[in-house]
Design a protein around this ligand. Structure first.
Ligand code: BEZ
Length: 201
Protein backbone atom coordinates (compact mmCIF):
# COMPACT_ATOMS: atom_id res chain seq x y z
CA UNK A 1 0.00 0.00 0.00
CA UNK A 2 1.09 3.60 -0.62
CA UNK A 3 0.39 6.41 1.81
CA UNK A 4 0.51 9.95 0.39
CA UNK A 5 1.87 11.85 3.33
CA UNK A 6 3.76 14.77 4.81
CA UNK A 7 5.38 14.51 8.25
CA UNK A 8 4.06 17.94 9.28
CA UNK A 9 0.41 16.89 8.84
CA UNK A 10 -1.25 15.87 12.13
CA UNK A 11 -3.77 13.82 10.15
CA UNK A 12 -0.94 11.85 8.54
CA UNK A 13 0.69 11.42 11.95
CA UNK A 14 -2.45 9.67 13.24
CA UNK A 15 -1.96 7.03 10.54
CA UNK A 16 1.79 6.72 11.17
CA UNK A 17 1.20 6.19 14.90
CA UNK A 18 -1.49 3.60 14.19
CA UNK A 19 0.86 1.74 11.81
CA UNK A 20 3.49 1.55 14.56
CA UNK A 21 1.00 0.56 17.27
CA UNK A 22 -0.43 -2.24 15.13
CA UNK A 23 2.83 -3.50 13.61
CA UNK A 24 1.96 -2.65 10.00
CA UNK A 25 4.72 -0.17 9.12
CA UNK A 26 6.37 -2.57 6.65
CA UNK A 27 3.11 -2.90 4.69
CA UNK A 28 3.00 0.77 3.68
CA UNK A 29 5.33 2.84 1.48
CA UNK A 30 5.31 6.59 2.19
CA UNK A 31 4.83 8.85 -0.85
CA UNK A 32 5.87 12.46 -0.06
CA UNK A 33 3.20 15.06 -0.81
CA UNK A 34 3.11 18.83 -0.41
CA UNK A 35 0.76 21.57 -1.58
CA UNK A 36 -2.56 23.23 -0.83
CA UNK A 37 -5.71 24.47 -2.58
CA UNK A 38 -3.95 27.38 -4.30
CA UNK A 39 -0.98 25.31 -5.49
CA UNK A 40 -1.74 21.56 -5.27
CA UNK A 41 1.90 20.65 -6.03
CA UNK A 42 2.39 16.93 -5.35
CA UNK A 43 -0.88 16.42 -3.48
CA UNK A 44 -2.64 13.20 -4.67
CA UNK A 45 -5.33 14.83 -6.83
CA UNK A 46 -5.52 11.79 -9.16
CA UNK A 47 -6.23 9.43 -6.26
CA UNK A 48 -8.31 11.79 -4.11
CA UNK A 49 -10.42 14.48 -5.84
CA UNK A 50 -10.07 16.63 -2.74
CA UNK A 51 -6.29 16.58 -3.16
CA UNK A 52 -5.75 16.01 0.56
CA UNK A 53 -3.48 13.88 2.72
CA UNK A 54 -3.43 11.29 4.07
CA UNK A 55 -4.63 9.27 1.09
CA UNK A 56 -4.04 5.50 1.09
CA UNK A 57 -3.67 3.59 -2.19
CA UNK A 58 -4.50 -0.06 -1.67
CA UNK A 59 -3.44 -3.03 -3.81
CA UNK A 60 -7.03 -3.18 -5.12
CA UNK A 61 -10.05 -0.94 -4.83
CA UNK A 62 -10.27 2.83 -4.73
CA UNK A 63 -7.89 4.89 -2.63
CA UNK A 64 -9.08 5.57 0.90
CA UNK A 65 -9.40 8.96 2.62
CA UNK A 66 -9.74 10.78 5.02
CA UNK A 67 -7.64 9.94 8.11
CA UNK A 68 -10.62 8.54 10.01
CA UNK A 69 -11.49 6.12 7.20
CA UNK A 70 -7.85 5.09 6.75
CA UNK A 71 -7.40 4.53 10.49
CA UNK A 72 -10.57 2.41 10.72
CA UNK A 73 -9.46 0.38 7.69
CA UNK A 74 -5.91 -0.24 8.95
CA UNK A 75 -7.08 -1.02 12.48
CA UNK A 76 -9.63 -3.51 11.14
CA UNK A 77 -6.86 -5.08 9.02
CA UNK A 78 -4.80 -5.54 12.22
CA UNK A 79 -7.64 -7.20 14.12
CA UNK A 80 -9.26 -4.17 15.73
CA UNK A 81 -6.91 -2.91 18.43
CA UNK A 82 -7.54 0.83 18.60
CA UNK A 83 -11.31 1.12 18.12
CA UNK A 84 -13.07 -0.59 21.05
CA UNK A 85 -16.49 -2.21 20.94
CA UNK A 86 -19.63 -0.13 21.55
CA UNK A 87 -20.61 1.60 23.75
CA UNK A 88 -17.02 2.84 24.43
CA UNK A 89 -16.63 3.15 20.65
CA UNK A 90 -18.94 6.19 20.58
CA UNK A 91 -16.70 7.99 23.05
CA UNK A 92 -13.57 7.05 21.11
CA UNK A 93 -15.06 8.34 17.84
CA UNK A 94 -16.27 11.57 19.44
CA UNK A 95 -12.88 12.21 20.99
CA UNK A 96 -11.21 11.51 17.63
CA UNK A 97 -13.63 13.92 15.92
CA UNK A 98 -12.88 16.58 18.54
CA UNK A 99 -9.14 16.19 17.98
CA UNK A 100 -9.61 16.27 14.20
CA UNK A 101 -11.57 19.50 14.59
CA UNK A 102 -8.68 21.01 16.52
CA UNK A 103 -6.36 19.98 13.68
CA UNK A 104 -8.70 21.44 11.04
CA UNK A 105 -8.81 24.81 12.78
CA UNK A 106 -5.06 24.84 13.48
CA UNK A 107 -4.20 24.00 9.85
CA UNK A 108 -6.58 26.74 8.61
CA UNK A 109 -4.81 29.22 10.90
CA UNK A 110 -1.50 28.12 9.43
CA UNK A 111 -2.73 28.53 5.84
CA UNK A 112 -4.16 31.96 6.64
CA UNK A 113 -0.69 33.23 7.53
CA UNK A 114 1.44 31.23 5.07
CA UNK A 115 -0.75 31.06 1.93
CA UNK A 116 -2.94 34.17 2.03
CA UNK A 117 -1.23 37.48 1.16
CA UNK A 118 -0.63 39.55 4.29
CA UNK A 119 -2.91 42.40 3.18
CA UNK A 120 -5.83 39.97 2.79
CA UNK A 121 -5.41 38.22 6.14
CA UNK A 122 -8.37 38.61 8.51
CA UNK A 123 -7.32 38.60 12.18
CA UNK A 124 -10.85 38.03 13.61
CA UNK A 125 -11.17 34.89 11.48
CA UNK A 126 -7.84 33.60 12.82
CA UNK A 127 -8.96 34.33 16.40
CA UNK A 128 -12.28 32.57 15.67
CA UNK A 129 -10.35 29.44 14.72
CA UNK A 130 -8.31 29.68 17.92
CA UNK A 131 -11.54 30.05 19.94
CA UNK A 132 -12.74 26.73 18.49
CA UNK A 133 -9.45 25.11 19.53
CA UNK A 134 -9.56 26.63 23.01
CA UNK A 135 -13.16 25.47 23.57
CA UNK A 136 -12.28 21.95 22.42
CA UNK A 137 -9.21 21.80 24.69
CA UNK A 138 -11.27 23.10 27.64
CA UNK A 139 -13.85 20.40 26.98
CA UNK A 140 -11.18 17.69 26.92
CA UNK A 141 -9.71 19.01 30.18
CA UNK A 142 -13.14 19.13 31.85
CA UNK A 143 -14.80 15.96 30.53
CA UNK A 144 -12.39 13.58 28.85
CA UNK A 145 -9.50 12.99 31.22
CA UNK A 146 -10.86 9.67 32.51
CA UNK A 147 -11.18 8.40 28.92
CA UNK A 148 -7.66 9.61 28.13
CA UNK A 149 -6.39 7.65 31.15
CA UNK A 150 -8.08 4.43 29.97
CA UNK A 151 -6.90 1.80 27.46
CA UNK A 152 -4.99 3.17 24.44
CA UNK A 153 -7.32 3.98 21.56
CA UNK A 154 -7.59 6.13 18.46
CA UNK A 155 -9.18 8.99 20.40
CA UNK A 156 -6.06 9.28 22.55
CA UNK A 157 -3.74 9.08 19.53
CA UNK A 158 -5.71 11.80 17.74
CA UNK A 159 -5.59 14.14 20.76
CA UNK A 160 -1.81 13.64 21.08
CA UNK A 161 -1.35 14.41 17.35
CA UNK A 162 -3.49 17.54 17.63
CA UNK A 163 -1.44 18.81 20.59
CA UNK A 164 1.79 18.04 18.74
CA UNK A 165 0.62 20.17 15.82
CA UNK A 166 -0.22 23.09 18.14
CA UNK A 167 3.34 22.91 19.49
CA UNK A 168 4.74 22.75 15.94
CA UNK A 169 2.79 25.58 14.27
CA UNK A 170 1.34 27.66 17.09
CA UNK A 171 4.01 27.61 19.82
CA UNK A 172 3.11 31.15 20.93
CA UNK A 173 -0.37 30.07 22.07
CA UNK A 174 0.25 28.53 25.47
CA UNK A 175 -2.37 25.75 25.47
CA UNK A 176 -0.79 24.07 28.53
CA UNK A 177 -1.05 26.75 31.26
CA UNK A 178 -4.86 26.70 31.71
CA UNK A 179 -5.06 22.91 31.28
CA UNK A 180 -2.77 21.14 33.79
CA UNK A 181 -4.41 17.70 33.55
CA UNK A 182 -4.20 17.57 29.75
CA UNK A 183 -0.67 18.93 29.87
CA UNK A 184 0.48 16.18 32.30
CA UNK A 185 -1.28 13.48 30.26
CA UNK A 186 0.44 14.69 27.08
CA UNK A 187 3.90 14.66 28.67
CA UNK A 188 3.34 11.07 29.79
CA UNK A 189 1.95 9.73 26.50
CA UNK A 190 4.81 11.30 24.53
CA UNK A 191 7.14 8.68 26.06
CA UNK A 192 5.31 6.01 24.01
CA UNK A 193 7.64 5.05 21.10
CA UNK A 194 4.93 5.40 18.41
CA UNK A 195 4.45 9.05 19.40
CA UNK A 196 8.04 9.85 20.34
CA UNK A 197 9.26 8.62 16.93
CA UNK A 198 6.75 10.70 14.95
CA UNK A 199 7.13 14.14 16.60
CA UNK A 200 7.09 16.61 13.68
CA UNK A 201 10.24 18.71 13.38
C1 BEZ B 1 1.98 22.02 7.69
O1 BEZ B 1 3.09 22.17 7.19
O2 BEZ B 1 1.60 22.64 8.68
C2 BEZ B 1 1.03 21.03 7.04
C3 BEZ B 1 1.49 20.26 5.99
C4 BEZ B 1 0.62 19.36 5.39
C5 BEZ B 1 -0.69 19.22 5.84
C6 BEZ B 1 -1.12 19.99 6.90
C7 BEZ B 1 -0.27 20.90 7.51
Amino acid sequence: MRLHSNPASPFVRKVLVLLKETGQEADVTLVPAAGHAVAPGTMPVAQNPLGKIPTLERDSGPALYDSRVICRFLDDRAGGKLYPAAPRLWDTLTLEATADGIMDAAVLMRYETTVRPEAAQFAPWIEGQWEKIARALDTIEARWMSHLSGPMDMGQIAVACALGYLDLRHPGRDWRAPRPALSAWYAAILTRPSLAETIPA
